[in-house]
Design a protein around this ligand. Sequence first.
Ligand SMILES: [Zn+2]
Length: 1005
Amino acid sequence: MNLLPIGLLLALAPGAHAFAPGGQPTYEGGEPQRIHVIRPAVQARLDRTPAWQDFLAAEGPDWDVVWDEATGTPRRIRGPGHPVRTDSPDAVAEAVLRWLAPYDHLLGFEPGQIVVRRVSHVERLDSWYVDLDVLRDGLTTWRGGITARIKAGRLVDLGVSTYGTQPVVGAFVLDDQAALREAITRGPAPGAQHERPSVERRLLPRETLSGIELRRVWEVRTRTGDPPGLWVSFVDAETGELLSVHNEVRFLDGHVTAEHDVRSPLDGLTISPLPLVEVENDDGDVVVTDAQGAFTVADVPPLVTDLRGRWARVTNDAGPEGLLVGNGPDLLWTAADATQAEIDTYVFLHQVRDWGQQWGPEVRMVKYAVDAYVNLNQTCNAFFDGDVNFFRAGNGCNNTGRIADVVFHEWGHGFHYWSIVGGFQGFDGSLSEGASDTVAFLQTGDHRMAPGFYTNGGAIRNVDNTRRYPEDFVPADAFVHSNGLIFAGAMWDLNERLAEELGEQAAHDVTSSILAGLLKGGPDIASAYDEALFADDDNGNLADGTPHECALLEAFGAHGLGPLGAGQPYVAVHEPPTSFGGDLPLRWDIQSASPRCFAYEPTDGALHYRVDGGEWQVVDITFDGAGVRAVVPSPPLGSLLEYWLEIEHVSGSIFNDPTGGPIHPYTLYVGSVLEVWCQDFEADDGGFKHRLLSGTDEEGADDWQWGAPAGRGGDPASAHSGDRVWGTDLGQGNFNGTYQSQKHTRLRSPPLDLKHYDGAFLHYWRWLTVEDGHFDKARILADDAVAWTNHATNADIGDEHHIDDQWMPHAVPLPAEATGDRQVRLEWQIQSDQGLTMGGWNLDDVCIFAPDTPDNRLGIHDFDARSAGGATLLGWTQPVHEPLREVKLVRSFDGWPTGPDDGDVLYHDTAPVPGESVVVGDPVGAGYYAVYASDGERWLSWTRPGLNADRHGGTSSDGTTPDGTDPDRSSSGGCACDVGTTGPAGGAWLLLGLLAWRSRRRDGN
Ligand SMILES: [Zn+2]
């Protein structure tokens, strides 16, 4: 602004005018301006005035005029031109004045009142601009006077603003200082510091009820910095009234923009606005850009801006911070002004903050300034530590400050951190990685995380994945990113499912809202689903569909989370039957993981079963409310029944129980059983031993463990009973739950005594996950005979894996070659190839059972005859199974007794105590002895030396000693020689210590 210092200059002390304004302002805001109207009839009448007709007569008819209808004076005169000399400004001014002089009456001035104010020349346009003041009472008039325009040496245009006939009113009563004081104190910025004042006498045209008048005023000019002001005030010189004030500061409307990488250095550059940067003009005025990068500042160039904005402050760790200086109005950042990483980080941070303002405006990461450090002297990473930090390029990686996804991700950590309302112990590292990846994909819409992270264009992660909890979850710091992919994968799937339902924009909004909401609860990966439901709820009711429950259920379920985490919408609960005889009824109760989302609507189904490994049979099932019933027609007692349930749903999907159907069906021994031996692995490891049979011996190669399973790698999270099991890699500590590839290991029981039982079989509880047996072999061996192997296909299929998802009862017949010697070693093996590995074996409640037959109930397995002085001591353990009514010991001299009535009855107990140890003495000291028990209806039917029979005084007829397990025992004590000599003593039976030798030792139960 050009001030003509023809008035008084006053030096003002700072703050001297900080008076409070009194009352409402009375002045006019804005520049004093008259409004001109053109009415053709009025103009035409004015055209007829003699003065104008004289002008036309002198200058020619082609001149036009526009009249000021209020004053009757021309406002504009233009025409074919009048030649003027243009040798110099003075010559031009003189020519103009000379040409105007005859038209003083027309143009509204008195001779001698017209003075030259300025003569300007624009050579390129061959134009002259001449401004003249017309004085009244020696005063100039605001915006008054005459202007002339000369082009190509001809005066073609006159602008006229004269008030030749209007009255001059008022008087200079106030002095200039009083006028200055009035202008400031009554003006719009009374509290500001006004500097560089000028005060000048002037005439101000004013429209009044009696017409236009020229009022004597003081024209006061001052400057203020805050607010920016070049104030022009008109103070009535007589009354002191502030008639008008306006601000001549010309504000520059500009934009700050930046050229930045679109998403990574590989995508090319684009230009975006820079919000919230400061722009400072040369007067020191500082303004801040808005969301569109727009700013308005007093036009005092040059303008300066940097990347240390009001919300994000970017610091360059590798040199000075970027600085951009320009004349405006627009300022464009390029790599010439800052490192690209500084610019990109600034831009990307504000992009993600826009998202944050929409979905979590209350979160500190959105509200308060964030510091970003770029070009840190490391590579291939970035981190959040309250600030966001990005590494320089190198080692095959781009500068992470130039990768949008990385900036979004690191900001996401802060958004997560400060979202948690319950304290920062809720900050779960794995969840945070997943949440940050989710924040990133919500900006990019891309499941690839940070393509362009690597200079070859590669991305670092993919949120469109099938990772599942807990199988793929590793509770160790090194795995937080891969763990996070479970959650990010669920959120990606959620967004995809919602998009199908609601469209992409609505899906993005719902996903964003759920993410921002669930973070507040501070969940970990396992509880993220629950917090997501709460975040989704819109009405304080989590039982009404909430409203996106089903999409959440499916999306999280696909990643092992939430009620559908087990992978199927229905759960069948089946208790294997315990009573037998005739038809065998089976029942399932079926529940939906979420009735609101997956109504249980079966349309068809079947029960598949087979007996003793025969052909599969099918029987119909009956739907029964929320359950299913089926009957296996009369499976033979003592057979091995395998069965599985198949249900077709209204949707067409097939649902099996067990989920693998024929691959790992239920197994059941048909009939009641007796317990021979059981081990629940609670008190100790059962004496089981394990070893690596083949494969490289490295850490975890032989991964059989006794203890509590951790639920990882497909393993169960708890034992079938109690706390402990045996299993391959139980998943505790450093273990991941899965067996290793290319290993062959085994777990082996100690020798187990089958006692007297016939038909003994293995029964245990199994939780086995193993690849198709074509590749990985799970086996059960009895001694060295294979008793069971997992389902196997062939190289063309190869994907029918055995995957138990619940503890399964498993009955396994024992091969005859293993049981012949009445003891067995059980062995569980796994033999893996180089590919896929799974959770492997988990065993609990391992038992040997035998059919509940009378002989198995009544059998005696430890009968023993031995010498004691000249007599024979006969000891055994009573059968442990009820009912037990009688026990007889008989002796024969001419071969094995054939039953309880075959020989001399040496002992007859009609109230035997099950499991009690009994010792009876026979003074005869020789013979074939056998003991028999009865349940009141029948007697033990067999006589088996080594079990319920023994002889004393010679070798048995079959050439073996009576007690096969201890061949030396029966002949110890040097009394075998007495057998023939002592002989029976005329019926003088002596029962020795019958009661004294009894003990309460119970066996095998
Ligand atoms: Zn991270």
